[in-house]
Design a protein around this ligand. Structure first.
Ligand SMILES: NC(=O)c1ccc[n+]([C@@H]2O[C@H](COP(=O)([O-])OP(=O)(O)OC[C@H]3O[C@@H](n4cnc5c(N)ncnc54)[C@H](O)[C@@H]3O)[C@@H](O)[C@H]2O)c1
Length: 257
């Protein structure tokens, strides 16, 4: 399978694990050259080994996306690996926090904005410059349903992800005539390590009650939506926020136990 994407180059932040890694696998199956950027060096090694077994051309860079210069370097590394081209940015690096607004500390607030919002800004800006110059690009930011609806305990996380949603729209507008599309995914509850750490049993019970599909999603289900947005065919989809949430954002009254 290549969907006309074989030989393209993709930078995937947070690509060592979870949703980012699932997207990396999906792009590898389409013959896309991968550059994984992540904070976790050990996880990067594991991810690289798995992708190499699939026959993927994959390079890894250790990056903290809260560091603007490091994001510039990651984009440079990706463009170098693509002989000057960077076709796809999937920005999945992020952290979570479940904390009531009145109990959120200054440090938690700042850390969440630094990683989840500024990280998206730095990576999109660096990639956007390369893509605008080459006249083609696909940017997919992994936001969250928490950036669209006001969930309990999501003050800092939701504000950061809401910022990612607006950043996506503004960038989409500014790059619309450059052949560059910019979209966001708003995943709901997806079974990853992040969720294993963040969701208590109570959160899981409450969440499932609010999901029409009555289950958590999988990273591969998020990857399927992300891959569509990275294809050349998705040229007229830009500034969109696509929920991958089992109907969570669509729901009103739910008849469930
Ligand atoms: N899992 C969910 O239910 C869910 C729901 C909505 C949105 N999201 C978003 O999806 C994205 C991926 O989440 P996931 O569930 O796959 O999490 P995960 O923890 O499994 O993977 C996140 C990856 O990002 C990396 N990372 C974290 N901080 C970083 C930093 N400062 N610099 C570089 N890399 C960093 C981690 O090392 C990890 O490999 C996140 O942005 C998250 O907010 C997840």
């Amino acid at each position: 399978m290549n969907d006309g994407m074989s030989g393209q180059t993709a930078l995937i932040t947070g690509g060592a694990r979870g949703i980012g890694f699932a997207i990396a696998k999906g792009l590898a199956r389409r013959g896309v050259r991968l550059v994984l950027a992540d904070l976790d060096a050990r996880q990067l090694e594991t991810a690289q080994a798995t992708l190499a077994e699939m026959g993927a051309d994959v390079t890894c860079v250790e990056v903290n996306v809260a560091d603007s210069a490091a994001c510039d370097r990651a984009v440079d590394a990706a463009a170098t690996s693509g002989n000057g081209r960077l076709d796809i940015l999937v920005h999945s690096a992020g952290i979570g926090l479940e904390r009531l607004f009145l109990e959120t500390t200054d440090e938690e607030w700042s850390r969440m904005l630094d990683v989840d919002l500024s990280g998206a800004f730095y990576c999109c800006r660096a990639a956007g410059r390369v893509m605008q110059a080459q006249g083609y690009g696909r940017i997919v930011n992994i936001a969250s349903t928490a950036g669209v609806a006001g969930g309990t305990g999501r003050a800092a996380y939701g504000a950061a992800k809401g910022g990612v949603v607006m950043l996506t729209r503004v960038l989409a507008v500014e790059l619309a005539t450059s052949g560059v599309t910019v979209n966001a995914l708003a995943p709901g509850a997806i079974e990853t390590d992040l969720v294993a750490q963040m969701h208590s049993e109570t959160t899981r019970r409450v969440y499932r009650r609010a999901i029409p599909a009555d289950r958590y999603g999988t990273p591969d289900e998020v990857a399927a939506a992300a891959i569509f947005l990275t294809t050349p065919e998705a040229a007229y989809v830009t500034g969109h926020v696509l929920a991958v949430d089992g109907g969570f954002l669509a729901a009103g009254i739910l008849h469930k136990d």
